[in-house]
Write a protein that binds this ligand. Structure first.
Ligand code: ZN
Length: 164
């Protein structure tokens, strides 16, 4: 069975099911294909309809339809865009950045010494104090495996002496 989108001379659209394309032609010449609304047999095949409902909002969502191939496989890098972020996102980022700054208010920036100092604190070789700094993903993993508390910061941190 195949389905055709049909429309009559009055613009009514409907679907017709046929055994084949030639079955449609045959039924049509015999006047058997009629519009369910006005019963005229002056019907013809509608141009291929897009896969959206004919009623209501019929604006085809081209943006969605043309995207899928552009998705990269996971693990191919970070998700990035050069589109300007919407205002809400920018606001949320600013709020998050402020929250991070607040959380780090009493924390000392130790830069590349983070891994060493965090480890020393963990093993009681130095007094515990909140610190933040830089660690590679590998280093952070090692710390976590040793049970040293370490968490990624959503925003990069700059050494305080470089802020001005
Ligand atoms: Zn009709």
């Amino acid at each position: 069975m195949i389905v055709f989108d049909l429309h009559c001379e009055h613009g009514h659209r409907f679907e017709g099911w046929f055994k084949s394309s030639s079955d449609y032609e045959e039924q049509k010449t015999r006047g058997l294909v009629t519009c369910p609304e006005c019963a005229t047999d002056a019907v013809s095949k509608a141009p291929m309809a897009p896969a959206v409902p004919a009623k209501g909002n019929s604006k085809p969502d081209r943006a969605l339809a043309s995207r899928p191939e552009q998705q990269s496989a996971p693990g191919e890098g970070k998700a990035v865009t050069n589109a300007p972020p919407p205002a809400e996102v920018q606001k949320a980022m600013e709020a998050l950045a402020k929250a991070q700054a607040k959380a780090l208010e009493n924390s000392t920036y130790v830069g590349k010494n983070f891994v060493k100092e965090a480890r020393e604190m963990h093993y009681g070789e130095r007094d515990e104090a909140p610190i933040h700094g830089q660690a590679s993903l590998e280093e952070a993993k090692e710390l976590a495996e040793e049970g040293v508390p370490v968490a990624p910061l959503p925003f990069p941190v700059a050494p305080p002496d470089k802020l001005n």
